[in-house]
Ligand binder design. Sequence first.
Ligand code: FAD
Length: 290
Amino acid sequence: MEFLQPATWPEALAMKAAHPEAVPIAGGTDVMVDINFDRTRPAAIIDLTRVAELEEWGSDDGLLRIGAGVTYTRIIDELSDRLPGLAMASRTVGSPQIRNRGTVGGNLGSASPAGDAHPPLLASDGLVELASAGGSRRLPAREFYTGPKRNAMRGDELIAAFLVEPAKGPQQFSKVGTRNAMVIAVCSFALALDAERRHIGTGIGSAAPTPVSAADAESFMEGVLDEAGLWETPRDVDESALKRFGELVAAAARPIDDVRGTAAYRKHALAVLARRSFTWAWDEYRRTAP
Ligand SMILES: Cc1cc2nc3c(=O)[nH]c(=O)nc-3n(C[C@H](O)[C@H](O)[C@H](O)COP(=O)(O)OP(=O)(O)OC[C@H]3O[C@@H](n4cnc5c(N)ncnc54)[C@H](O)[C@@H]3O)c2cc1C
């Protein structure tokens, strides 16, 4: 196995251009599992852990641009106030050891439908920045996931960063699993309220071939809040509207029966998660709205 170890980002991109078959490794919490279980034996590996640029985050034209190599632990420690939904999701990832090594870039690279970073990125309309030696491009997260464990990255590209707007309202993430920690989601749901744009964002994990959003649920709830003037004068949202929101979230899922749960259970659980998440987020909005 050839082991490539770039020290800079331009060097990493040049190596990927010269070896499109090479598998990048960041925290290694997915890659090493596959190698250890002999599921894959790559001819070459590009170790990205020495590329300092991937570990930086900062502001970029009103968005937060977060390097692909920023770990879950750092997202929790450094970005909880600006990205509460992603921080909540990060807290549910694996164990402290996995959170210390694992990165959102790696979650995007694996593109597992069960990856916990995806629903919050979808709910906040995040972007994924892909780069090659020839230049870079930014794709909406909603277009990045192309199939189970497949994404829109080309062979000569690497994930440079992801970009998200700092929260413009309450955010939530919830996940159903068979125990409280170290668990792959049976299903998960993320919600982001954007009080400035009067927008509701959603993300669903582990309940379709890719992470997905629930567009009909989003526009339904936006309509409910607008019609009743609830953004301006926040009051309780009707039970019937909450129920419908849950149904529309469940309807956006395309789950399968597998060892972790049945399709029917996943749909039921998503409707519950959606209603609860909205209630928690709306309660917070009511408490904090100007
Ligand atoms: C015990 C255990 C528990 C886990 N629990 C969870 C959990 O609760 N939730 C969850 O979502 N995941 C979980 N995972 C999976 C894993 O930790 C996450 O997917 C993590 O985000 C992977 O990040 P990494 O940096 O370790 O990626 P790596 O293993 O280094 O890479 C993963 C994939 O991304 C690619 N890649 C990495 N960086 C780049 C880049 N910059 N550009 C292009 N491609 C890149 C790699 O080639 C590979 O295909 C768990 C794993 C283990 C072993």
